[in-house]
Design a protein around this ligand. Structure first.
Ligand code: AMP
Length: 144
């Protein structure tokens, strides 16, 4: 899907926001929902999505939402690092399929990295075990 176009209200993250599809929730408030990536690139791969917007990507996020949303991204990244003690952490997002985006509701990835461990493929492979994801989500939530 291109960088420009209409927001699809039936994208998978919109369904998660409406509670139509389950997720391993890390945190939620009026600004964001954070949950574990179901196809994690590393142990603890967490997503943060803005609520109450129809932004397909970062370019479409209303300017007045940038501050509150990025505060949540940083807060959750701190929780991930406190909970899992990685050697490093990737904080990133993709805009448009040409850039690697596969779900068209804005989200930031928080991907803990351990030295010497290879990074898993992006949005690929087997779906992770939901029980394990929920345990990780609780561990990160407790560190917020
Ligand atoms: P992107 O390719 O940047 O749009 O990232 C989308 C992310 O959503 C990928 O890392 C996928 O593994 C992840 N993903 C896809 N479906 C689900 C789902 N049902 N629950 C949680 N994460 C998902």
């Amino acid at each position: 899907m291109s960088l420009h176009g209409d927001y699809d209200p039936d994208n998978i993250f919109a369904k998660i926001l409406r509670g139509e599809i389950p997720c391993a929730k890390v945190y939620e408030d009026d600004i964001c929902l954070s949950f574990m990536d179901a196809f994690p690139q590393s142990n603890g791969h967490t997503l943060v999505i803005p609520k109450a917007v129809t932004a397909r990507n970062f370019l479409e996020l209303p300017t007045d939402m940038i501050g509150p949303y990025m505060q949540r991204v940083q807060m959750i990244a701190k929780g991930v690092t406190k909970a899992l003690s990685p050697d490093g952490v990737i904080i990133t997002q993709f805009n448009g399929s040409a850039a690697g985006q596969t779900v068209f509701h804005l989200h930031f990835h928080i991907i803990p990295r351990q030295s010497g461990e290879s990074l898993g493929f992006h949005a690929a492979g087997e779906m992770a075990d939901m029980t394990e994801l929920k345990a990780l989500a609780e561990q990160i939530n407790a560190a917020l």
